[in-house]
Design a protein around this ligand. Sequence first.
Ligand code: GUN
Length: 289
Amino acid sequence: MTEIIDGNDVAQDIRNGLLDGIETLTDAGTTPCLATVLMNDDPASETYVSMKHKDCEEVGIATRDIELDPETPAEELFDTIDELNADPEVHGILVQMPLPDHVDEREVLRSIDPAKDVDGFHPENVGRLVAGNARYKPCTPHGVQKLLAAADVETEGAEAVVVGRSNIVGKPMANLLIQKDEGGNATTTVCHSRTEDLAEKTRAADIVIAAAGVPEMITGEMLSEGTVVIDVGINRVETDEGSELVGDVDYDSAKEKASAITPVPGGVGPMTRAMLLWNTVKSASDVAE
Ligand code: GUN
């Protein structure tokens, strides 16, 4: 029987686990607070940001909701970030990507106070992660680690294959998998669009983490019996009936081979959001210490 790893359940456990800490912090006068900055009109981004606010509300994390017109000059965005950096009541700052073309994304990430960078994308935080001294683990790979732990998947000594090399998922995921920590110690291969024989790599894997952004590219044929399959992809594809969300994994064929698999939606997505709450609470705790 293939285990379907339910991200909604695991995310709920994570949120429940944060409640006591949030209450203690709030009682002591430090209500954790997440500020989001949205500067694009993409409906998907708007939905993601509003879901993050809803999650915060549910667990007692305060929020600031800043929306800037995509035409806004970059200086105004930097001023907004400076104000949030200086505001002692704000513990986490999330600037929703993508940003308009006239804004330099790297410069934006560098301008966020690393102590409030709950995405974990600031170069200082990337460096700390790589050095094995993470301040904030990036939310999606951290969520994948929690999903694997919840499904009792041992990473130590496992052959893990990460498909995708993005700064948001693939690279930090591989870094977490090779750390000498719980959820690490995996022999890790990173595959990407220039990988010569992807199926050869994925067939040799105990754990496949698909994060390439290509709909249903990992099929059952590319997997060995008993592989654990984590699908990070969220792709909207057109169908005869309209459109639907699919992952980077061809779920039906992969499920035939996998010992455990995450669905899309309801797998990694809810975990990313839960780990954002986690990082926001961590930031508030660090301040309160
Ligand atoms: N856009 C898509 N995913 C993310 C994310 O994890 N963080 C931010 N800030 N923007 C995103």
